[in-house]
Design a protein. Sequence first.
Length: 189
Amino acid sequence: MNLIAAVDNNWAIGRKGQLLVRIPKDHKQFREETLGKIVVYGRKTLQTFPRGTPLEDRRNIILSKTMGRQVKGAEIADSLEELLRKLKDCVSEDVYVIGGESVYRQMLPYCDTAHITKIDHSYEADAYFPNLDKDPQWEAAADSDEQTYFDIAYTFVRYERKKSRGERRNNCDGMINNTCYTTDRRNLQ
């Protein structure tokens, strides 16, 4: 599965329920990556969308214990286990976790690729993405040339989870795309 986010120098992603900055090329990349795919996000992220409605032309799954109601154009998963059941027959590469902070943290162990727009600025923030540069399980696999939007410099970086060799467990809690996942939050092969 994939994670996709825009982060500042401190891996911040938002403040008071809003993005830190809006960069048109970042939004274009987000659209191109997720169009026709499955997007997973939380209730607070839904509230940031135009008119508070799910994204068009995607399968929307909202992970929320408190949603408790129907949302036209979206499915609700009230637990991580229910979400994983909904995703079990999906092609892993077609699933994109798009926020917010708590959903990123819950889904990080189940993802193998992160599409990160790294913004060269430090904003005042109250929501953060896990710092993949400090996580020994992740490595930057590719990055773009530096781009600018007015005076904001940014790059697109693709992170990949490092593959562990020969590690295998028989006590799988779930399978996604023939990959064993356990509740101890580790991605195993």
